[in-house]
Design a protein around this ligand. Structure first.
Ligand code: CO
Length: 252
């Protein structure tokens, strides 16, 4: 039922500062920005290939996202899957006894949206969205290719996500990691022990069309990053708390 990863959301302290990195340095095109009063946030969507990055700034410390920021600091917050009919998908999950935050979809930045409870998704906050008609993919210098998730038991976690969202498993060499496809993107589930004991979303991987241009822009902006051969790893202090890999290669 899932067509693609619609977006991955990042909680930030100030949207303006987050634009400095994600829009101005990485060059992700700003598609939308809006106040979402019922969530107590200001949010923006930036294009990243067939996927988007959502930046969320809480307007008050007392809101749900405000409390999240106070507790965890800036960083990855939720993943949103594009489904053709969110009402049907939600009703189906409800019938199967899946714990939901939103019993019925509502209008959000990404279209008609609804959140599942993280308890139902191995600690990951998942949003489902059916985008409004007529939304075209805009060109972007980066494409989101991979969301890395830490799990105590990767196999169980990917079985759960397959059962809930019908994400096909991508064959990997035997090992403790598992991978699921969502459109052209993937979810890579790794043992929590490999990522400092973290359970939940831990990192994003992008591919860059113009890798050299991108690293030059990071240099000019004073971004902290580790240089590898054909890959850079941005230090979370420069990317609103997100571990971010950018590669020049297209990987499967
Ligand atoms: Co969202």
């Amino acid at each position: 039922m899932v067509r693609r990863i619609h977006h991955v959301a990042i909680v930030v302290r100030r949207l303006g500062a987050a634009y400095g990195f994600y829009r101005d340095t990485l060059g992700l095109p700003l598609r939308k920005e809006a106040m979402i009063a019922d969530q107590g946030v200001r949010a923006a969507l930036l294009g990243a290939g067939e996927t988007e990055i959502e930046l969320i700034e809480p307007l008050a410390g007392s809101s749900g996202v405000g409390r999240y920021l106070a507790r965890h600091g800036e960083g990855l917050h939720h993943v949103c899957f594009d489904v053709p009919r969110v009402d049907t998908a939600l009703a189906d999950l409800k019938n199967r006894g899946v714990e939901l935050i939103d019993a019925t979809p509502r209008q959000g930045l990404a279209g008609r949206v609804a959140f599942l409870h993280p308890r139902a998704c191995a600690g990951v906050l998942v949003e489902l969205a059916t985008p409004d008609d007529g939304e075209a993919v805009v060109p972007s210098p980066l494409q989101l290719k991979r969301l890395v998730i830490g799990a105590r038991e990767p196999k169980r976690m990917s079985d759960l996500f397959q059962a809930l969202f019908a994400l096909p498993e991508v064959t990997m060499n035997d090992g403790p990691r598992t991978m699921l496809a969502a459109g052209t993107g993937t979810l890579l589930v790794v043992p929590a022990g490999e990522v400092g004991g973290t359970e939940g979303m831990v990192a994003l991987s992008f591919v860059a069309e113009e890798f050299q241009t991108l690293t030059d822009a990071c240099d000019r902006a004073g971004v902290r990053f580790l240089r590898g051969s054909g890959e850079v790893t941005i230090e979370p202090m420069s990317s609103c708390g997100v571990h971010l890999h950018i590669s020049r290669y297209r990987f499967p």
